[in-house]
Design a protein around this ligand. Structure first.
Ligand code: ZN
Length: 418
């Protein structure tokens, strides 16, 4: 019986190779973070993409760059608009190898152009800067781990498919099909590089997340001369909002939150357009189905009103990622592997979502917080812990070694997905 909390010779060598890459991993992260890649900044995304391609060319793999389809958004006039994003970068190595891993990460950030740009040393082994932790540092750690792995003797036993996305922070609307396709092309396990917390805690179970836009149309009329001829879309929307909020507490773990009602206009006109924008979270597939059915029922109730028509956009774009047997087995293997290099890893369930949700929905168990240690992400106080580059890349490198030589049986883990 092999003990995952021990290092063998291959493990010791790979850890040394990772240590040698420390400077490279840190420096390229800073370089990448200096390029603004806010999710809507297509120009910035197009600028960083070739730099990523160049850095990942250090691997023995084939890279393809694809411009995805536009994605759709419901505008305030009720019409559907299309948006463009940056390219999707895929890096594929040894697709014929016995063990296949899907790896993923995003290179966009939540920071729009000309907002948060400075990188500042804030002491205590921490740098403050945009995307250092979420997740340019993570991409760099992924690359470092793979470089160290490919320099070792287990290389031929393991192949991988990396998907780097330009739109994670806005929901992977354009890149989700690429993640799904990559996960379904034989991957046994997934590794995603969101930051872990600065306590070292990683994400365990994740809820699913939905975004809905319900568009309701009534009939406009002059509020003074012919109020009775009008049909208020806002009134129908208001009933729907009250009903949606009343769902909170009705089903274990399911929450609804209405974020906005758009539409309407001058007070002397009966409003003929309202768009109800809301989100929902659900812990598992049945709960997500229940939540979706409620929305459909409310839409029907709204359109049953005299003179009101409507339709809905959206749904659970990130399906739930519950802590099932496969996930737990993988978490246990990661925890034991961490012990081998003195890490006390802990997996904590969260309401947050990421690419790991999509990969799980495609049938592949995965760990999604293998990136650097950091905190205050999505704020101008975002920071990365500099010493975490080596330890986190070592963790990934050891996992690759162990998937490759079968000390962690990825096939068995995947089989537990049922
Ligand atoms: Zn992220």
């Amino acid at each position: 019986m092999t003990n995952l909390s021990d290092l063998n010779e291959h493990d010791r060598e790979i850890c040394e190779r990772v240590t040698d890459l420390k400077n490279d991993m840190q420096q390229r992260t800073l370089e990448w973070a200096r390029i603004n890649t806010g999710s809507w900044n297509k120009e910035g995304l197009e600028l960083l993409a070739p730099k990523l391609v160049e850095a990942f060319s250090a691997l023995d793999a084939k890279t393809t760059v694809t411009h995805p389809d536009t994605f759709e958004k419901v505008a305030n006039n009720g019409e559907v608009e299309s948006f463009d994003t940056g390219p999707i970068i895929e890096v594929v190595a040894r697709p014929e190898a016995d063990v296949q891993v899907i790896m993923s990460g995003h290179y966009d950030t939540v920071f729009p152009q000309h907002t948060f740009t400075e990188i500042t040393d804030i002491g205590n082994d921490r740098l403050n800067g945009p995307g250092l932790a979420d997740m340019k540092g993570g991409l760099s750690v992924m690359l470092g781990a793979l470089q160290a792995f490919e320099a070792g003797p287990l290389k031929e036993k393991l192949g991988y498919r990396i998907v780097m996305t330009p739109d994670e922070e806005t929901g992977n609307f354009a890149s989700a099909p690429f993640l799904t396709a990559a996960a379904k092309s034989g991957a046994l396990v997934g590794m995603t590089y969101e930051p872990c917390m600065d306590t070292g805690a990683m994400s365990g179970g994740r809820k699913g997340s939905a975004v809905f836009d319900v568009i309701l149309r009534g009939r406009s009329a002059h509020a003074g001369r012919a109020k009775e001829e009008g049909r208020s879309a806002l009134e129908a929307a208001a009933h729907m909002v009250v009903a949606l909020e009343a769902l909170n507490g009705q089903y274990e773990g399911v929450t609804f939150n209405v974020g906005a009602i758009d539409g309407g206009g001058a007070v002397n006109i009966v409003p003929d357009l309202a768009i109800v924008r809301f989100g929902a979270r659900a812990p598992d597939a049945e709960a997500a189905e229940w939540a979706t059915q409620q929305v459909k029922d409310f839409l029907k109730a709204a359109t049953d009103r005299d003179g009101i028509s409507g339709h809905m956009h959206g749904g659970f774009y990130r399906p739930p990622k519950p802590r099932n047997a496969a996930q737990q087995k993988l978490f246990d293997a990661v925890t034991d592997t961490g012990k081998a290099i003195g890490l006390e890893l802990e997996f904590v369930d969260t309401g947050g979502v990421c690419e790991g949700n999509n990969i799980f929905a495609a049938g592949v168990p995965n760990v999604d917080t293998l990136g650097v240690m950091g905190g205050r992400i999505h704020s101008s106080e975002e920071y990365v812990v500099m010493s975490s580059f080596v330890e986190r890349a070592q963790l990934s490198a050891l996992l690759l070694n162990r998937f490759a030589d079968g000390r962690i049986d990825a096939k068995k883990i995947k089989a537990l997905m049922g």
